[in-house]
Ligand binder design. Structure first.
Ligand SMILES: NC(=O)c1ccc[n+]([C@@H]2O[C@H](COP(=O)([O-])OP(=O)(O)OC[C@H]3O[C@@H](n4cnc5c(N)ncnc54)[C@H](OP(=O)(O)O)[C@@H]3O)[C@@H](O)[C@H]2O)c1
Length: 340
């Protein structure tokens, strides 16, 4: 007997990838239900070689569903996730709503799989922010070896991280640059994103950082170790899919770049591509559709003791969202629900 699983936000960027990944990984589902807003009622979405018709989340009864993968943003999640959880369905949520609540596990399966046992407190598990997920996959094996003190990271985040309307804005604005009279004003972003970069993701905090930067610090602490300090600068770039990060890491104990490379080569979820030659590294375009987090440009930082730098790239819709959520569902099934 398999699972009855709902994908909530099935018409969105992340929801569509969830359906793709459930099919690709042959998730043991007896039934997959696609849910979205009422305006999408009947919209067809792909699930492997099948087509599912989207149902209205507002009138859906979660009773009898084992799990629901939510990808609808914090506002509607607040309305619908508690209903699903109360009906006995375990919610695996992609929004930021529950990530920092002490009784909700925040999980990256390669890093803190044991946290899944805590799901039953609320029947909710949180998925981290896309930029955190790929970074902690790389940090964890290095932390286990040499204890990380501090991380300084600059992100290069694709527009798909801001949803499907943001992707349309980059596409239309890029075309509009070339066609007089068809210029497209910023709407999802604060400034033109075509041929530009914007050092601002999510709202500003009192200390001058943005919420996206704060999330990377808070989530790394919750997932890997409270002792790790993270200083992030998060930047939106005119790339459709794939987030990149330039990461500088300081350790308590000595660790060379060569040792780090060997550790990362063995680490789950990581592929090291680090040839010190033109093209010997991975860029966002090349990671699209892949499951792995790619690590390149691993080198010693000669300006600090016990410090290295590296370049970290992953598909934000996959490891940063949908893949991680499906991995959590697999983990929950294997360790806790034990149905299939
Ligand atoms: N994109 C990423 O890299 C990423 C990474 C980590 C986490 N996340 C999180 O994942 C969530 C979804 O992101 P996305 O990029 O997939 O957004 P998106 O492409 O804009 O899609 C949003 C989805 O939510 C549905 N939705 C919105 N309001 C709804 C409501 N009131 N009732 C029912 N359905 C509703 C939409 O349905 P309709 O089509 O019917 O409107 C659509 O399916 C967000 O919380 C985001 O922060 C995204």
């Amino acid at each position: 007997m398999g699972y009855r699983i709902a994908v909530v936000g099935a018409t969105g960027n992340v929801g569509r990838e969830m359906l793709n990944i459930l099919a690709e990984r042959e998730f043991p589902a007896d039934e997959v239900i696609a849910l979205a807003s009422r305006k999408s009622l009947g919209t067809e979405v792909s699930y492997g070689d099948k087509t599912l018709k989207t149902k209205d989340l507002d009138t859906f009864d979660f009773t009898g569903c084992d799990m629901a993968l939510f990808a609808i943003g914090a506002g509607p999640t607040k309305q619908y996730a508690p209903k699903a959880a109360k009906a006995g369905c375990v919610v695996i949520d992609n929004s930021s709503l529950y990530r920092y609540e002490p009784d909700v596990p925040l999980i990256v399966p390669e890093v803190n799989p044991d946290a899944v046992e805590g799901y039953a407190k609320r029947n909710i598990i949180a998925n981290p922010n896309c930029s955190t997920a790929q970074m902690v996959v790389a940090l964890k094996p290095l932390h286990d070896r040499a204890r990380i003190n501090r991380v300084v990271v600059a992100t290069y985040q694709s527009v798909s991280g801001a949803g499907k309307e943001a992707m349309d804005e980059l596409w239309n604005q890029t075309k509009g640059v070339y066609v007089p009279g068809q210029e497209v004003a910023p709407a999802k972003f604060t400034k033109q994103i075509a041929f530009n970069v914007i050092p601002h993701i999510d709202v500003f905090m009192d200390d001058g950082s943005t919420k996206e930067e704060w999330k990377m610090a808070a989530e790394t602490k919750k997932i890997v170790d409270r002792a790790i300090k993270v200083h992030a600068t998060c930047v939106r770039v005119p790339v459709f899919v794939g987030h990149a990060e330039a990461v500088n890491i300081e350790f308590e104990d000595p660790l060379s770049a060569d040792e780090a490379r060997e550790i990362l080569r063995e680490a789950p979820g990581i592929i090291v591509v680090d040839k010190r030659e033109p093209g010997g590294y991975v860029t966002p375009l090349e990671c699209v559709g892949d499951y792995a987090t790619f690590i390149s440009r691993i080198r010693d930082d000669s300006t600090r003791d016990n410090a290295i730098s590296l370049w970290c790239v992953s598909d934000n819709l996959r490891k940063g969202a949908a893949l991680n959520a499906v991995q959590i569902a697999e983990l929950l099934g294997r360790r806790c629900l034990k149905k299939a």
